[in-house]
Design a protein around this ligand. Structure first.
Ligand code: NCD
Ligand code: ZN
Length: 346
């Protein structure tokens, strides 16, 4: 097969930022994607329904001319989040999920949750109304090795929260381990998991062997090869619980290429081409539509897009810019380290 047409894909985990960065990176997503779950980890974070409405307006204002793109807004869960505000923002259709960051787990997460008892009321309200909780699944205990943080989180935080809040619908965001895959598969359909493009391509050697590669550093950090293989098997399986969340996370190059570089890979530009490559390698091109276009809307209870995207394989390697020049500065586009012959016909 050298040409496939999918319902237009959606990105179920995306960082768009704000201001000049937002304007610079938004066209990279709207070129191929119809919708995206937009992460709320701005500075300050998007906590209330009113803040989400204002952020949504800024995104719509920044849209390139003619783009048909719908931002799906999220709220950043804090220990003082008001369950009634969350319920109102969901009922109005504005907010599609609430995001849980354990405090200190990743970029701009200091306002996140330390004491899970303090968010019990919000989680119960969300279970009642069916609003998904998107979870950054890493513990922050400095005694836990960074490569074990996801597995420990599942056992000590995620599973207890789900047991304590029956019916709560949860997305394990950007899973990076076989433990995450196995846990997602062992549970009922209140649980789903997103997988990024870069975690299908990178293992930890790619970050560290032959010199440190700051543009391959993201959180959760890429793990051992057997975890990457488990993620590839899950993503390409067609199982409804797994879908695409790129976690495309732009940072300007000076903040990546320095002594204390920020976490995040910028994959908005070339995700669909890379996914076609990966799915073809796995002999599962026919399941790309499930992963990128169908399973996400099914979990979020939204229609599959009627517009389409066509991907075509040619004998010419695909080209994308090495960097996107934004008003905030240059952002390096994820380099898979191998040639890709799939092109998106936009
Ligand atoms: C994200 C960011 O830069 O906002 N970084 C990352 O490495 N993924 C935060 C996150 O999703 O963890
Ligand atoms: Zn993210």
């Amino acid at each position: 097969m050298t040409r496939i047409t999918l319902p237009r894909p959606d990105d179920w985990h995306l960082h768009l930022r704000d201001g000049a960065m937002l304007t610079g990176v938004l066209p990279e997503t709207t070129r191929h994607f119809a919708r995206a779950i937009v992460m709320p980890n701005l500075v300050p974070p998007v906590v209330t329904g009113a803040e989400a409405a204002a952020y949504r307006d800024r995104i719509l204002t920044a849209l390139p001319a003619g783009a048909a793109f719908e931002p799906l807004m999220t709220l950043y869960l804090t220990e003082t989040t008001d369950p009634a505000d969350v319920a109102a923002a969901a009922a109005s259709g504005l907010v599609k999920a609430v995001k849980l960051y354990p405090a200190g787990a990743t970029t701009n997460s200091h306002s996140g949750v330390r004491d899970f008892d303090k968010v019990r009321g919000v989680l119960e309200k969300m279970a009642e109304i069916g609003l998904p909780l998107c979870v950054h699944g890493e513990v922050v205990d400095p005694a836990i090795d960074i490569f074990d943080r996801e597995a420990v989180f599942i056992e000590t935080v995620l599973d207890p929260i789900r047991r304590a809040t029956p019916g709560l619908r949860v997305v394990m965001e950007h899973i990076t381990t076989k433990d995450g895959v196995d846990y997602a598969r062992s549970q009922d359909d209140t649980l789903a998991a997103t997988i990024t493009t870069h975690h299908l391509i990178l293992n930890r050697n790619h970050i560290l062997v032959g010199g440190i590669k700051p543009h391959y550093y993201c959180l959760p950090v890429a793990k051992r090869e057997h975890h990457r293989l488990a993620l590839r098997a899950a993503a390409t399986s067609g199982e409804t619980r797994f879908f695409l969340g790129t976690d495309s996370a732009p940072h300007v190059d000076p903040l990546k290429e320095c002594a204390c570089g920020c976490a995040g890979c910028f994959t908005a530009t070339n995700t669909m081409q890379l996914l076609a490559h990966v799915f073809e390698e796995e002999g599962r091109l026919a399941n790309l539509s499930a992963f990128a276009s169908e399973n996400g809307p099914r979990f979020y209870r939204l229609p599959v897009n009627t517009a389409t995207l066509t991907l075509e394989k040619t004998t010419t390697a695909a080209h994308w810019p090495a960097k996107i020049e934004t008003g905030a500065g240059p952002v390096t586009v994820f380099d898979p380290g191998f040639p890709v012959f799939w092109h998106a016909i936009d």
